[in-house]
Ligand binder design. Sequence first.
Ligand code: NAP
Length: 251
Amino acid sequence: MEILNLSGKTAIITGAARGIGKRIAEKMASQGVNIVINDIPPAKETAEATCKELESMGVRAIASLGDVRSFEDAQKVVSDAVDAFGGVDILVNNAGITRDGLLMRMSEQDWDDVLAINLKGAFHMIKAVSRPMFKKRSGAIVNVASVVGIMGNPGQANYTASKAGLIGLTKTVAKEFSARNITCNAVAPGFIRSAMTDVLAEDVKENYLKAIPLGRFGEPEDVASVVVFLASDMAKYVTGQVVQIDGGLLM
Ligand code: NAP
């Protein structure tokens, strides 16, 4: 679609071997975007299979394995993208984990692990991508936060803090990078069907469903559509925003 103006651009998507990240990669590829799939090394086969699928859609795709907790790995992902495609236009910070438990019983390790991937990982990727994006004087960064980062959620002190932190990071990056024509926005999905939510107890799922005005759980596709919009020229005057994709769960 001409108005999206995404064809021939390059996107890095972290944690994209499966789930929401994979769907974002597919949706970007459907608009002609070349893709760098990042995920952790154990996901090598899945990441490479995803790349094959994307290439059958007529774009180029590479897997760049690495752990977003490491700044060196983040730099390698960005240099792989620059080597393969000559630059980076879009960064989607999607990699994320949960380690749920009530705060009184939450271990320091579970706190640190979630913050290290969900928040510090995004900092690493943004820092690594800033140089090629600044050089190009254009770019779009989309951070995958969560609606619970806005509203809080019992049993998720670590996760909600990481996602609230990601929202603060998004707004600061939007302000710091705006002079270089780089936008930075966040999406805040609600309950999206994926491996992360499949493991929740049935009664928890039923309670969520009752609270969602649109009467259904979200699909990875619902998130991917908004991410593609925010990365496109249709959203070139949108920055520092948090777009909720939650079927009306929080308003
Ligand atoms: P998912 O299926 O578990 O996908 C997360 C991906 O991140 C996995 O491929 C995972 O790899 C990868 N990953 C984990 N640690 C990583 C690291 N250190 N470096 C690079 N990649 C890493 O979860 P999802 O539901 O698609 O979630 C995607 C994003 O959406 C997350 O940020 C999540 O917080 C957010 N979100 C999800 C929901 C929901 O309802 N599902 C709602 C709001 C927000 P492995 O599979 O190999 O561990």
